[in-house]
Design a protein around this ligand. Structure first.
Ligand code: ATP
Ligand code: GLN
Length: 143
């Protein structure tokens, strides 16, 4: 995690071996984001259709002048990606590069420490469970 991306306090994000990136993005940008992630060796991704409001929904609400209702929620896709610590910044940069339009409603990324990863099939934990065949670590170690 890049020091210059964090506030002065080094404990701002609790130190962890793994982090989850939870990105709330525009649905129509998802194909572009996921193919870029695939190219960089990200093999494990979970997405869900969600609805939310941020500045984008808020401005609609002000225009309508009505109370907050479900109509103000905007369709988004939540993309969840668990990666090792050293992969966090590259994934953030990639998501921004592929998802950003510069307009209100581009979305947000939340960074969450993850205590452990367990592969159900094998019972592996930690690094062994987080690594994936053909994943980023494999790509980087291939000469
Ligand atoms: P196996 O080798 O047993 O197939 P795997 O590590 O490849 O294990 P899957 O069982 O294929 O994992 O993963 C099941 C689902 O878990 C995926 O479809 C995806 O939604 C989610 N997933 C797996 N790894 C990650 C990850 N690192 N980040 C986010 N979601 C993940
Ligand atoms: N860190 C894993 C690897 O290097 C990839 C994680 C992921 O695809 N979400 O194999």
């Amino acid at each position: 995690i890049k020091a210059h991306n964090l506030p002065e306090d080094p404990h701002y994000v609790p130190d962890s071996k793994f982090y989850k990136l939870e990105a709330i993005l525009r649905p129509w940008r998802i194909p572009q984001v996921s193919s870029a992630l695939l190219k960089m060796g990200i093999r494990g991704v979970t997405i869900s259709d969600v609805k939310g409001f941020g500045a984008q929904g808020g401005s609609k609400e002000r225009q309508g002048g009505s109370e907050f209702s479900e109509d103000n929620f905007v369709a988004k896709v939540k993309m969840e990606i668990v990666v090792s610590k050293d992969q966090v910044e590259a994934v953030i940069d990639k998501i921004i590069g592929e998802a950003r339009t510069g307009e209100i409603g581009d979305g947000k990324i939340f960074l969450i420490p993850v205590s452990d990863v367990i592969r159900v099939r094998t019972g592996e934990r930690g690094e062994q469970a987080e690594r994936m065949t053909g994943g980023r670590t494999d790509l980087n170690s291939a000469v």
